[in-house]
Design a protein around this ligand. Structure first.
Ligand code: NDP
Length: 277
């Protein structure tokens, strides 16, 4: 089994993107909007700030109290949409209970939607038009490319159909000419399907759910899952068990998670380039 090393790729990309930013006329700027004080979100925002800083991207973090009025958040997004110095805007999810995530994320202007989560952007992605690819899906595709994993004609099975991960991957994998099957919590005989995968991507949020009996020998296994238990992070795939059969595998941590953050920065640079053209 060959390890797909997200940490190594992230470090390579930090250098590449840093060089790219240095040559740009404007310093790209990302604004992250957070509501409340959810622990994992604090951690993700800190990671984004750290990576942005290393690349030379300006990252502003706006943190609202959890009792802020939704209309105040929308007004802030409107202001940022108009601000020519801001190139990318992302809303750190999840929002606390009571907020309309769909309404808030859709308020971001299409050309600044670096998370790729507006309905308009998702429509364009599926229509094969120019769009921001949501960061985790973009990161997974980057791994295939950097490890020369050919997708053409291959059977890619995605387990999980979320807006953030599973759904955008459908569009990306189809564009790469893979044959795509999508599974979810109502899928019957999951194992029969996952065993037919050449490429298996798992994003369900259940620790070690995928075991070696669910995987065919030689499969490329991408584990998107992040499950935190007693301060430790576990994937959705039982790594030590499945590695006996996989040809390539991502670890957790230091796999896809690393790619999500760097892909966000890639999208911010792309947004800045488009806006300053
Ligand atoms: P969601 O909860 O939004 O979606 C989970 C999906 O998994 C749903 O489609 C659900 O089906 C499906 N599912 C749940 N249980 C099963 C099951 N037993 N069999 C088959 N399908 C199942 O989660 P996300 O997509 O946001 O995240 C998934 C995981 O990936 C989490 O661990 C999350 O932390 C992680 N993640 C990691 C990222 C990274 O950067 N590495 C980024 C984003 C997420 P249904 O639709 O029927 O409910």
């Amino acid at each position: 089994m060959k390890l797909i090393d997200g940490k190594k790729i992230q470090l390579e990309m930090i250098d590449e993107l840093h060089d790219e930013v240095e040559k740009m006329k404007k310093v790209p700027k990302l604004v992250i909007i957070q509501v409340g004080d959810f622990g994992p979100s604090n951690k993700y925002v800190a990671q984004k700030k750290k990576v942005g800083e290393k690349i030379g991207i300006e990252v502003e973090h706006i943190k609202f109290e959890k009792d802020v009025k939704e209309e105040d958040i929308l007004k802030k997004i409107d202001d940022l949409n108009r601000d020519k110095n801001v190139n990318g805007i992302m809303v750190q999810l999840p929002l606390p209970d009571g907020f309309n995530e769909d309404l808030v994320t859709n308020r971001v202007a299409n050309d600044k939607d670096v998370d790729g989560l507006t309905t308009d952007n998702i429509g364009k992605l599926f229509d094969g038009k120019k769009a921001f690819v949501p960061c985790t899906a973009l990161g997974v595709m980057e791994l295939f490319s950097r490890y020369d994993i050919d997708l053409k004609g291959k059977h890619a099975v995605i387990v999980g159909r979320s807006k953030l991960v599973g759904k955008p991957l459908i569009a990306c994998l189809l564009k790469a000419n893979a044959t795509v099957t999508v599974c979810h919590s109502k899928t019957e005989n999951l194992k029969d399907i996952t065993r037919k995968a050449d490429i298996l991507i798992v994003a369900i949020g259940k620790k070690y759910y995928i075991t070696s009996d669910m995987v065919r020998r030689g499969t490329v296994v991408i584990d998107v899952g992040i499950n935190v238990e007693d301060g430790h992070i576990y994937g959705d795939v039982n790594f030590d068990d499945v590695k006996k059969k996989a040809s390539y595998m991502t670890p957790v941590p230091n796999g896809v998670g690393r790619m999500t953050v760097i892909s966000l920065m890639k999208n911010v640079i792309k947004a800045c380039r488009e806006q300053t053209k």
